[in-house]
Design a protein around this ligand. Structure first.
Ligand code: ME8
Length: 672
């Protein structure tokens, strides 16, 4: 049964369901990370709103009719239904299941309730004169399933995708859109938030100004579609059918009252190439049905490969499941949500994904957790201390920033600025890492007079991590729980308000665990044998080969090849404290053309190491790399900077290569 007027009249006090949709994708092939991009973004919004206390209806699905699918099915030697059944099953599981997409309904345009809605709407619009029968003469873009008039073609090709179009001439039903042109324009002008981002709004206004023709909405000679009621020689145009999915999924045909409580959609996410369908054709259908229009249609940008849109038909698609297999679901979700400001186009490269993993996830977040838990273990017997009165201004820094970030994330998410929301969380994470440096708990621990200070610092760090675990919940799946487990917290996160600072009681027993994200070697695996064949200790200033080492290294120990080193016993070797560290920052030392100033996390603290590797490495490429550090060298001053160690590297002639573990290790791991 389709919603009738009585239902509109029924009033309920219930808070409106927050209704969010993605496009419904063509199951003509397996989907790629472009589709995952929209769907994971929608998932993050849905999770945020659930955490925020909203009743959410999050809908995604598949657009299964039309000529393109019929052709693909024929090529595969299957009936269209069998063909799409196979692909749809795959999209649901493993694809969306693996990416943890928490949709409430997966709608298929072959679902019975949808077919009922489409036929009902068609009939209603036909009865009221918004649909009429005529003859269509024009052009059709098969890959986009779009009709075009001669005047809109660009160089005789589809103006959207640039591909060839085919001539169509047939009897057709038309949707009388033209008559709504002015009303639609006024609506867009009087609802500045309807089309987002604003650049897409301007595009649509100029499209409307160029004239709006009636739309052909049926085809003959094609059986794979929803038949026009009482005229089965025609099937309903696939876009007309597809757009109505948003009504079906909201319960338009159901007598349950769900529709009244759900309509209109709060956010409709679409890629920028289908903004026109969603902000002109779709709202005009709704106007004709006398239904409220969606609050916001957001047209996000494209993931590109080089300069080209990633797409199934261009054959440059990247499989999200392969990435998850390699890097894990949270890393892939993080990348999709964080890398590109939502709305803009962005270039996909695997290197940029790996860099995000190393810098943001392994370094900034992973280190904060491992340093905090390591220090609580060491300085507070493994229990998060309770907070004492925070007497020092510096100790207010994290609570104050957390309050700012709480609002910042909330604000960004309400404006669909997902990447910005994540950046807000990272302001807090980075500030906490800096706070460790500034407060140097290992120094406070040396003097019992600073016991309360030390407790406060450790509390602030643990509490910041707890807050971060809540703030990250819409974006990452396993990580928030992993953080909480290490902090000794077991209760599941239920509300966004848990991200308010100060709720940790103190006394929780921490449980150190695996690093959150294994660090990746950004430059391919290093061959460990290099250490043995050319195992030179790289001094802070390797250019000065024969000079006495300012850091206390013995002259003459550096050589190439083998054979000139005097024998030492294992005892002597064991005097050298070699440890794995991670480079967190790297910068050029001004006025020293060979030197880089590195900040290296050694599992306990950040050390500064001045190293003469600038001729071989750019500062930027070093961040996130693991290195082997000679940790017990006496500090020396180089160019006014105290250098607290050396890096291990192999060298041969002009070649120089830093030595790193062949698979990532926790910082502080002994090298022996
Ligand atoms: O258009 N970058 O389906 P579709 C970002 N069935 N997003 C991308 C992308 C990329 N490279 N490639 C695809 C259809 N997308 C219709 C929709 S809705 C009533 C009918 C995402 O399978 C993006 O959301 O071609 C885009 O709009 C959608 O997938 C297109 O999916």
């Amino acid at each position: 049964m389709v919603a009738n007027d009585d239902q509109w009249g029924a009033h309920t006090q219930k808070k409106k369901t927050w209704y969010l949709t993605t496009p419904i994708y063509y199951p003509s092939d397996n989907l790629h990370i472009g589709h995952a991009y929209t769907t994971v973004a929608a998932d993050a919004l849905a999770r945020f709103h659930r955490l925020y206390g909203d009743e959410v209806l999050f809908v995604t699905g598949t657009d299964e009719h039309g000529q393109k699918i019929a052709q693909k099915a024929a090529e595969a030697g299957k009936t269209p239904k069998d063909f799409v059944d196979g692909i749809v099953a795959f999209i649901q599981d493993p694809l969306w299941k693996t990416l943890k997409v928490s949709y409430d309904r997966f709608i298929r345009t072959t679902d019975a309730d949808h077919i009922e809605v489409v036929q009902h709407v068609f009939k209603q619009l036909l009865d009221q004169g918004d649909i009429y029968k005529g003859t269509y003469e024009g052009w059709y873009c098969l890959p986009d399933e779009t009709f075009w008039t001669e005047s809109k073609l660009v160089d005789g090709k589809c103006p959207d995708c640039g591909r060839p179009v085919e001539r169509v001439s047939q009897e057709s039903y038309f949707f009388a859109m033209g008559r709504y042109q002015q009303r639609m324009k006024e609506y867009i002008l009087s609802h500045p938030h309807f089309i987002q981002p604003p650049s897409r709004r301007n595009e649509m206004l100029s499209f409307l100004d160029s004239g709006l023709e009636d739309l052909s909405i049926s085809r003959t000679g094609l059986s794979w579609g929803i038949p026009v009621p009482d005229d089965p020689a025609h099937v309903i145009y696939v876009w007309f059918d597809a757009l109505l999915n948003y009504l079906t999924a909201a319960g338009y045909s159901s007598p349950s009252g769900q529709f009244e409580n759900t309509w209109p959609p709060d956010v409709q996410l679409v890629g920028k190439e289908i903004v026109r369908f969603h902000t002109i054709i779709w709202p005009i259908i709704l106007m004709a049905l006398n239904l409220p229009l969606p609050e916001r249609v957001f047209g996000h940008g494209w993931l590109l490969i080089g300069d080209t849109k990633m797409s199934k038909s261009r054959g440059n698609a990247v499989d999200p499941l392969e990435l998850v297999e390699k890097y894990g679901v949270d890393a892939v979700r993080y990348y999709l949500l964080r890398e590109v400001p939502f709305g803009a186009d962005g270039n996909y490269t695997e290197e940029s994904l790996r860099l995000r993993i190393n810098v943001d996830l392994a370094n900034d977040l992973g280190n904060l957790l491992s340093r905090t838990t390591a220090m609580i273990n060491r300085f507070a017997e493994g229990r998060i201390p309770s907070l004492h009165t925070q007497r020092r201004e510096i100790d207010r820094l994290l609570p104050d920033l957390a309050a700012e970030v709480y609002e910042g994330v909330e604000n960004a998410m309400h404006h669909l600025l997902i990447s910005d929301a994540i950046q807000q969380v990272y302001r807090l994470i980075r500030a906490a890492n800096k706070y460790i440096e500034d407060r140097a708990p290992w120094k406070l621990a040396k003097d019992p007079a600073f016991r309360e200070d030390l407790d406060n610092v450790l509390y602030n760090l643990a509490e910041t991590l707890r807050v971060v675990s809540v703030l990250l919940t819409p974006f990452l799946i396993d990580t928030p729980d992993k953080i909480r487990k290490q902090l000794g917290l077991t209760a599941p996160i239920k509300s966004y308000r848990e991200a308010i600072f100060g709720q940790l009681k103190g006394g929780e027993e921490i449980a150190r665990g695996e690093p959150l994200f294994p660090r990746l070697d950004l430059h391919g695996d290093k061959d460990g044998s290099e250490v043995l064949t050319t195992g030179a200790l790289l001094p802070n200033n390797p250019g000065a080969k024969a000079e006495p080492k300012p850091d206390g290294g013995t002259p003459g120990t550096e050589r190439e090849g083998t054979g000139t080193v005097e024998e030492i016993g294992i005892d002597e070797f064991q005097k050298i404290d070699l440890r794995v560290g991670t480079i967190r920052h790297a910068e050029v030392v001004p006025s020293a053309d060979r030197l880089l100033k590195l900040t290296i996390f050694d599992g306990e603290r950040d050390r500064t190491v001045v190293s003469g590797i600038r001729a071989h490495y750019d500062a930027g490429e070093l961040i996130g790399r693991q290195v082997v550090l000679v940790a017990n060298l006496k500090p020396v001053k180089l160019r006014g900077i105290v250098s607290e160690g050396m890096l291990l590297a192999g060298s041969h002639g002009d070649l120089l290569s830093l030595i790193a573990p062949s698979t990532p290790l926790p910082e502080g791991a002994r090298v022996k």
